[in-house]
Ligand binder design. Structure first.
Ligand code: ATP
Length: 365
């Protein structure tokens, strides 16, 4: 298995730059997600790592070797597209063993490796069955088996669960993660689904318009979004982004919202722009009659033990996550209090998070 590193990776299609200046290092054995909306450049980045697309510039290292201009077949990488693509006329054993047959591996070794792989995927009892009769989950496992039997340096997966319904997708996410924990293969996984990325990845790169907006662990990204885009993209419901009229300087520990004083993590830099945005996750706000920041309850969405309440304040619509046991009535006036040490502040002009005490101890970007 191997570390993957990309440096200043760029890809232009004519005048259009799909990937610009992308840098990241994926440690050996990590599960890495490229996450972002449709068209942000994640598939193009993956295809360059796979060798299916040549970069316009930049470098790609696989296990320390620069492979940017090597053919896909010379890179020892398994690219998993849709997990359903199987050879329907072959049984499970032959489907899994086919890549080894193509490599000219002796048949006794094929037998051993196919059986080991099938055991790992818990489909060893299906080896002599036809793939056409298999249930969806088993078909996915066979397709995965065909990828892992080669023992490549890394796995690349492009929305492998894209066509599945939600329930089955959750199951396969868990399965993929367990498989990864067992074989510890460096994996690059492309998805537009933040829940998929947050639940599976060790490390996530969030892409937008061809650039990596943030690189970090799921928790770092959730707790300390580096940009407004990331703050809005990750989290369900999304982080509240509330316009702030104050100008703040380094050392500030509070701001004013509709006349109310709100404590914030101590600012470690001056806010450069005129306009600021306060970021607060719904679970970091609660009802508090003593708060001067007030609004009117607009509606509520029950989630079993919790509820998401929408409160209209002057200039913002704020979502608050509170226990379902709290009674709320539309039209009621409420005060809102923020968990001061969990708040983010963004410069609206650049979209960048301002450094504050919130970032103390951060490992990435
Ligand atoms: P999706 O999930 O929709 O595939 P993505 O984030 O994977 O999105 P890419 O497929 O990498 O995005 O595409 C990034 C941009 O590059 C898109 O605007 C796409 O139209 C463009 N693009 C991709 N391949 C080509 C190509 N061969 N020629 C021209 N433009 C391309």
């Amino acid at each position: 298995m191997a570390e993957i590193r990309v440096e200043k990776l760029e890809k232009a299609f004519g005048d259009f730059v799909a990937v610009r200046g992308v840098n990241f290092t994926i440690p050996d054995g990590a599960f890495f997600c490229l996450l972002g909306p449709s068209g942000c450049g994640k598939t193009t980045t993956l295809r360059m790592i796979a060798g299916l697309e040549l970069p316009s510039s930049g470098r790609i290292f696989l296990g320390g070797e620069d492979v940017a201009f090597k053919r896909a077949s010379e890179r020892d990488i398994a690219f998993v597209f849709q997990l359903f693509a199987l050879y329907p006329h072959m049984n499970v054993r032959r489907n899994i063993g086919f890549p080894l047959l193509c490599q000219g591996v002796p048949s006794s070794e094929i037998k051993t490796r196919v059986e080991e792989t099938a055991k790992l995927l818990r489909i060893d009892h299906l080896l002599d069955k036809s793939v056409s009769g298999l249930a969806g989950g088993d078909r996915q496992r066979v397709a995965l088996g065909r990828a892992i039997v080669r023992r490549p340096l890394a796995f690349l997966m492009d929305e492998p669960l894209g066509t599945l319904d939600t329930e089955f997708r959750d199951l396969m996410c868990e399965e993929l993660r367990h498989l990864h924990d067992r074989i510890k293969a460096t994996t690059v996984y492309v998805t537009h689904d933040q829940l998929e990325a947050m639940s599976m990845a060790d490390l996530i790169a969030i892409m937008n318009n061809g650039v990596v907006e943030q690189l970090g662990t799921p928790q770092e990204i959730y707790d300390r979004p580096a940009t407004l885009f990331v703050a809005d993209f990750v989290g369900s419901p999304a982080m509240n982004l509330i316009p702030v009229a104050d100008r703040l300087s380094k050392g500030a520990e509070a701001l004013t919202l509709s006349g109310a004083r709100i404590a914030i993590p101590e600012m470690r830099e001056d806010a450069p722009g005129e306009a600021l945005v306060l970021g607060a996750r719904p679970e970091h706000i609660r009802f508090d009659d003593a708060s001067g920041y007030r609004g009117e309850i607009f509606g509520t969405e029950y989630l079993g033990t919790m509820q998401i309440v929408t409160v209209k304040t002057v200039g913002a619509s704020v979502k608050v996550k509170v226990p379902a046991s709290i009674n709320v009535t539309a039209g009621e006036q409420v005060g809102l209090a923020f968990l001061g040490d969990r708040l983010s502040l963004f410069d609206k002009g650049t979209g960048r998070a301002l450094r504050s005490a919130l970032h103390d101890g951060a490992h990435h970007g």
